[in-house]
Design a protein around this ligand. Structure first.
Ligand code: TEU
Length: 591
C-alpha cells in the first residue's frame, strides 16, 4: 500500500463561489456568504476547502478568465473577506486551496492589454501571436485548424490592432500565456508565492497540462469529419515540456512551501501518463484530475457534450477499475471526484433522480464515491443529493458560455447540412445538453426551505431548482435518514478504515451490467472491505432488484459485518448465501 500522508486521508470540498451563498443580497454568491458556512463544512467533515476562482474577472467564463490575480472581484468581496475565510478555516484545522488559472488570462488582464498594444511591446511575447496563413483565395486564415474548446470556432482570433492572430484554447476572451517565455513563468511563480505568503495552503491548477504547445503549430488530425476546426488534442495536451515546467514550479514554489497541489488534466487517459505527474519521485504535483470517467455516457467523435443514453455499466466499470487498479500500481495517487462545476450531477447520470428513487440513489452514489481510491473531492450540493436542472428548463436559460456556444455551433453546423435532418437533429443536441451541460452543476446551493432556498435575499443570478422545499441542507441535517446525514457518516467511516484510503482495489464482477462490486484490501492491517452496489437501470431506468452471490466471486462472508447501507439491513448484521439487493441498494461490509 501507499505511504501515508495527511492529504491522502483528507476530504476536499469544492466551493463554486457564484452559487454557494450570498451575504450581500445581490443574488450572487459572496465570500462573506462562504465565511458564514465554514462551520457547516467543518460539521460535514471537510478538511480542505477549494475555492473556484473569485479573482477580479470580466466573468466571460465564470471567473476562469482572470484580469488580476491579486485582487478579489468586487462582486465577491475583498481580500479582507478572503483573509477571514482563511482564518475561519485555519482555526478549525482546515486548509484553504485556491484555483490557479495560468494557461490563460483574461483579455482584460494588464499583461494582455500591453501585449496586444504593439508588436514591439516588451510583453508581446507573453502571449502566442502568429501572422497566420494565406489560402488559395488570397485570404488570411488562422495558422492551423485548431478548434477552441468551447463551440465549433477557431482557437485563433485575429487582432486588428497589430494585424496578427493570438491563440486561445478556450474563449477569445481567454488568450493563452506563452510558457516558453521565462518572464511569464517568473510572474506566475511570484504570484503563487504571494498567495502562499498570505496563507493559502495550495492550488488546484486549471488545465495545467495544456501549457506547452507543439512547436510550429501543426494542423490537428481530423477526428470529427466534416468540421472545419478540429480538437488540438496532443498538440497542446500533455506535451513533454509540461513536465519540465511543473518540475521547475515544484522546485521554486511547491516544495519550499510544502503546499497541496492538484492539477486538472483533461485528455490524460493513460494511467502511466497520469502517474508521471503524481509520482513523488518526479517532484511535480501530488495528484491530477483525469477525465476518462467523464466520458462513459458521451458519444466520442462527436461534438464535446453529446450524450449517449445507451451507455453500459460494464464499460463504465472498466474505466473506473482501470484507474483504481493501475494508478496505485504505477506509484501515483488518484484524485477521486465524480462531480464538479463542469460536469452534470451524478445521481441524474448514474442512478435515478426520480422522486421515489432519489434519496436512495444519492446514498448509493455516496457509497460508490467514498469507497474509491485516492483523495476524495466532494462538490457543493453533492452532500444533499442535488440533481440536474429541472425538467422545464428552457434552452434560453443556459447561462454557461460553453452551452451557449455549443448550441450555436451545432445549430450552424446542422443547418449547413441542410433540410429536415438538421432541424430534427437540433432536438438531439438540446436533449444532450439537458444531461451534460455545465449549468446542471451550477444552480444555487439549497440551504433551507425559505426564499430562494436561503441562497440569497435577492433574485438569484441562476434559477434555484424547484425541488428545494424538501431538498435542502437544513431539512436534511435534522433528518437521521437523509443523504446529508449519510454523507457525514460515510466520510467518518472512510477516515476510520485505512482500507478505504490506502487499500488495494480489487474488482469483482466486471462483466455484470447490474452490480458494481469490489474489495478494498489493506495488507498492513489485513483489513478487507466489500462494496456491493446495485446500479441496474431496469427496463424503465427506475432500477430493479438484483441478486449477488459472494461465493461465486470468491468472497468469504463468514465474519462479515455491515458498515453502512441505504437498504433495510441493520448495521453490524452479516450475510448468509445469496444477497438480494432492492433497486439502487448498496452495502459496505467489513469482512
Ligand atoms: O476546464 C477545462 C476543461 O477542459 C473542461 O472541463 C471543459 O469544461 C470542457 O470539458 C470543455 O468541453 C477548466 C475549468 O474547470 C472550466 O470551468 C473552465 O471553463 C476551463 O478550464 C477554462 O479555464
Amino acid at each position: 500500500s501507499a505511504d501515508p500522508a495527511w492529504w491522502k486521508e483528507a476530504t476536499v470540498y469544492q466551493v463554486y463561489p457564484a452559487s454557494f451563498a450570498d451575504h450581500a443580497a445581490n443574488g450572487h454568491g459572496t465570500l462573506k456568504g462562504i465565511l458564514h458556512r465554514v462551520p457547516y463544512l467543518k460539521e460535514l467533515g471537510v478538511d480542505i476547502v477549494w475555492l473556484s476562482p473569485c479573482y477580479e474577472s470580466p466573468q466571460a467564463d465564470m471567473g476562469y478568465d482572470i484580469s488580476n490575480y491579486q485582487k478579489i472581484d468586487p462582486q465577491y468581496g475583498t481580500l479582507q473577506d478572503w483573509d477571514d475565510i482563511r482564518d475561519a478555516c485555519h482555526e478549525r484545522g482546515m486548509k484553504l486551496v485556491m484555483d490557479l488559472v495560468v494557461n490563460h488570462t483574461s483579455d482584460q488582464h494588464e499583461w494582455f492589454k500591453q501585449s496586444r498594444s504593439s508588436r514591439s511591446n516588451p510583453k508581446r511575447d507573453w502571449y502566442i501571436w502568429h501572422t497566420g496563413k494565406i489560402n488559395e483565395n488570397g485570404e488570411r486564415i488562422p495558422p492551423n485548424n485548431w478548434k477552441s474548446s468551447f463551440g465549433a470556432g477557431s482557437a485563433w482570433e485575429w487582432d486588428e490592432i497589430t494585424q496578427e492572430f493570438y491563440l486561445h484554447l478556450f474563449l477569445k476572451e481567454q488568450p493563452d500565456l506563452n510558457w516558453e517565455n521565462e518572464e511569464v513563468r517568473e510572474a506566475v511563480y511570484g504570484m503563487m508565492k504571494w498567495w502562499l505568503e498570505r496563507g493559502t495552503d495550495g492550488f488546484r491548477m486549471d488545465v495545467i497540462n495544456y501549457i506547452s504547445k507543439a512547436a510550429g503549430f501543426p494542423d490537428a488530425p481530423i477526428t470529427v469529419p466534416g468540421r472545419l476546426y478540429q480538437s488540438f488534442g496532443s498538440l497542446s495536451v500533455n506535451r513533454p515540456k509540461v513536465h519540465d515546467f511543473l518540475k521547475e514550479m515544484n522546485r521554486r514554489v511547491i516544495s519550499p512551501y510544502d503546499c497541496f497541489c492538484v492539477g486538472e488534466c483533461p485528455g490524460t487517459e493513460a494511467p502511466d501518463l497520469f502517474a508521471s505527474y503524481s509520482k513523488p519521485a518526479n517532484k511535480e504535483l501530488q495528484m491530477v484530475f483525469h477525465f476518462h470517467h467523464q466520458g462513459f455516457d458521451r458519444i466520442s467523435r462527436s461534438w464535446g457534450r453529446s450524450w449517449n443514453p445507451d451507455w453500459s455499466l460494464s464499460k463504465m466499470k472498466k474505466i473506473f477499475n482501470t484507474w483504481n487498479v493501475e494508478i496505485p500500481k504505477e506509484g501515483g495517487w488518484n484524485s477521486n471526484y465524480i462531480e464538479n462545476h463542469d460536469q452534470s450531477r451524478i445521481i441524474s447520470r448514474l442512478a435515478s433522480d426520480h422522486p421515489s428513487n432519489r434519496s436512495k440513489s444519492a446514498k448509493l452514489c455516496c457509497m460508490f464515491h467514498a469507497t474509491l481510491t485516492g483523495t476524495i473531492f466532494v462538490y457543493q450540493g453533492q452532500e444533499i443529493g442535488m440533481v440536474n436542472v429541472p425538467v422545464d428548463w428552457d434552452e434560453r436559460e443556459y447561462k454557461d458560455i460553453e452551452a451557449v456556444q455549443n448550441l450555436q455551433g451545432e445549430r450552424e453546423y446542422l443547418e449547413s447540412q441542410g433540410g429536415v435532418m438538421g432541424k430534427n437533429a437540433i432536438k438531439g443536441v438540446l436533449k444532450s445538453l439537458r444531461m451534460t451541460a455545465r449549468d446542471n452543476a451550477r444552480t444555487p446551493m439549497q440551504w433551507d426551505d425559505k426564499l430562494n432556498a436561503g441562497f440569497s435575499q435577492a433574485t438569484p443570478w441562476m434559477r434555484v431548482h424547484d425541488d428545494f422545499k424538501t431538498w435542502n441542507v437544513k431539512t436534511q441535517m435534522a433528518d437521521p435518514n437523509s443523504p446529508w446525514t449519510f454523507w457525514k457518516r460515510m466520510l467518518e467511516i472512510r477516515k476510520h478504515h485505512p482500507a478505504m484510503v490506502y487499500g488495494e482495489f480489487i474488482p469483482l464482477d466486471p462483466e455484470s451490467e447490474k452490480n458494481y462490486s469490489y474489495i478494498r484490501y489493506h495488507s498492513e492491517t489485513n483489513q478487507r472491505i466489500l462494496v456491493v452496489l446495485n446500479f441496474a437501470k431496469g427496463t424503465d431506468g427506475l432500477g430493479e432488484d438484483i441478486t449477488f452471490d459472494p461465493v461465486t466471486v470468491g468472497v468469504d462472508m463468514t465474519s462479515a459485518k455491515l458498515l453502512i447501507s441505504n437498504g433495510e439491513e441493520k448495521e453490524g448484521s452479516g450475510v448468509q448465501g445469496t444477497m438480494t439487493l432492492s433497486s439502487w441498494e448498496g452495502r459496505v461490509y467489513l469482512l
